[in-house]
Design a protein around this ligand. Structure first.
Ligand code: FAD
Ligand code: NAD
Length: 466
């Protein structure tokens, strides 16, 4: 029987990064993945394929709607080759997952293909083409998540689909009814809207992306409405039925009136659930909580001292970079180090266009906790860079402590905000004040100037260009 210092179950961004860090720190490491490709949800059916389709559909939208503004005429018709678009996405995924094979090999990590399940706290059975058992002094559970659904929905995966199917459709929907105005619904809804589908987003709450700052919800909805996406807020879905190629979604609005949506596809994007099926946690004595997440303490350790858990399968944001940080943290704990994660500084991004990005506390959270704060906001339309590119939607908002001026939160909507947010993460890690940012030179013309201007506005209400 092979013996390891560490076995990692699951090869998503949590698991494969944990394995690499364990190997770097000199531990004999195994990784177990039930699918034939490594990389988990993120690389196979999540972050990477969704961004590939967002980029492809963005190019098409530019060609159809914006080239003309830039003085570019296209003789003849611009056409979508959807099959090729999906094939390109598949090839991006393939290159990326092969990159993980390379990294496992480079770091001398043994890869096992099959379902990992606990026999006890130190033995894991792997059921793939054959069945074998390995011994591991420590185990890291990184089994991720699967799409959640509603009790009355039958996901037939043909017409009533999750993000996984939406990333590999054979045709462009005529009318996609999206249940859930969160990250997945908006990113994939925007893809299909750009490609010509009618898109209706039904959201239970009174705003989209409800966990982000309310100003971002409003700005993104405004921009997506201009693009033609229809929104139905405060609507509670009560039934989904399919007849041949049609899907009927019934919801009640806030006046309790029944509304019916008929489309050819229904994307169910109401969140994801922690995935522990097949792990046989009970054989190791590992406890899960009432939400099905593996219970962990501040050190990501389960109730069984040599078993840890990270990523989507534990509490907290379901984000690839959060899973990665946790993977590194557990590896370093196992090596005797004392790592730390500041969960307040894990940024959140929605890769629609305009992009949406956040770090730290929202204005609603500061109000709720009674924290005195100052807010500075600067619109993208006032930037020369935005006018040059034609990307004038959005703003940067910086929230700082009313007394110390320390930055407490940064929230932005606009071109390239997914990348801009890194400046605010660095600033907040170093506990910068809004004035610190306001006094730093930002290259001109860039979108980042909106950060400096918002910081000036927060410092002393003295933005320069508005
Ligand atoms: P996962 O990536 O889910 O990996 C878990 C792995 O464990 C899987 O490969 C699974 O097959 C394997 N596994 C499960 N059980 C067993 C078992 N018993 N034995 C062996 N293997 C097992 N996050 C971002 O930060 N940015 C984004 O842009 C983004 N876009 C997304 C888009 C979509 C459409 C979706 C669905 C998600 C997106 N996410 C994004 C979320 C991100 O994918 C997850 O947060 C991330 O993948 C979690 O990583 P993980 O390692 O915890 O789990
Ligand atoms: P989400 O939690 O982002 O959004 C779900 C939405 O569905 C919420 O707005 C919620 O109010 C709504 N909802 C819930 N029940 C409903 C109902 N009965 N009727 C109508 N609306 C309902 O979840 P998601 O979009 O499915 O994404 C799942 C996870 O994947 C998220 O946690 C997210 O972090 C991750 N993800 C991240 C990215 C990214 O980082 N860019 C992209 C995609 C997915």
């Amino acid at each position: 029987m092979s013996k390891y210092d560490v076995a990692v179950i699951g090869s998503g961004p949590g698991g494969y990064v944990a394995a690499i860090r364990c190997a770097q720190l000199g531990m004999k490491t195994a990784i177990i993945e039930k699918y034939n490709t490594l990389g988990g949800t993120c690389l196979n059916v999540g972050c990477i394929p969704s961004k590939a389709l967002l980029d492809s559909s963005h190019h098409y939208e530019d060609a159809m709607k914006h080239f003309e503004d830039h003085g570019i005429d296209i003789p003849g018709e611009v056409k979508i080759n959807f099959k090729k678009m999906i094939e390109r996405k598949a090839s991006v995924v393939e290159q990326t997952t092969k990159g993980i094979d390379f990294l496992m090999n480079k770091n001398k990590i043994d890869v096992f293909t099959g379902v990992g399940s606990f026999k006890d706290a130190t033995h894991i059975e792997i059921t793939g083409e054959s069945t074998q058992t390995i011994e591991a002094a420590n185990t890291i559970i990184a089994t991720g998540s699967k799409p959640a659904t509603l009790p009355f929905i039958t996901l037939d995966k043909e017409r009533v689909i999750t993000s996984t199917e939406a990333l590999s459709l054979k045709e462009i929907p005529k009318h996609m009814v999206v249940i859930g105005g969160g990250v997945i619904g908006l990113e994939l809804g925007q893809v299909y809207k750009r490609l010509g589908a009618e898109v209706s987003v039904i959201e239970y709450m009174d705003r989209i992306i409800p966990t982000m700052d309310a100003a971002q919800s409003k700005e993104l909805m405004k921009a997506m409405k201009k693009q033609g996406v229809k929104f139905f807020l405060s609507h509670k879905v009560s039934n989904v039925s399919r007849e041949a190629d049609k899907v009927r979604v019934t919801a009640t609005d806030k006046k309790d009136k029944e509304v019916t949506f008929t489309g050819d596809y229904c994307l169910v994007s109401v969140g994801r659930r922690a995935y522990t099926d097949g792990l046989a946690l009970q054989n190791a004595g590992v406890k899960a909580n009432e939400r099905g997440q593996v219970d962990v303490n501040d050190h990501l350790q389960t109730n069984i001292s040599n078993i840890y858990a990270i990523g989507d399968v534990v509490r907290g944001a379901m984000l690839a970079h959060k899973a990665e940080e946790e993977g590194v943290m557990v590896a370093e704990i196992l090596a005797g180090q004392k790592p730390h994660i500041d969960y307040n500084l894990i940024p959140g991004v929605v890769y629609t266009w305009p992009e949406v990005a956040s770090v730290g506390k929202t204005e609603e959270q500061l109000k709720e906790s009674g924290t005195p704060y100052k807010a500075g906001q600067f619109p993208m339309r006032a930037l020369g860079r935005s006018r040059a590119s034609g990307d004038t939607d959005g703003f940067v908002k910086i929230l700082s402590d009313a007394t110390t001026d320390e930055i407490l939160g940064a929230h932005m909507v606009g071109a390239r905000c997914a990348d801009l947010i890194a400046e605010m993460v660095v600033a907040m890690e170093f506990r910068a004040s809004a004035e610190d940012i306001a006094r730093m030179s930002h290259a001109h013309p860039t979108y980042a100037e909106a950060i400096k201007e918002a910081a000036l506005a927060a410092t002393a209400n003295r933005a320069l260009h508005i």
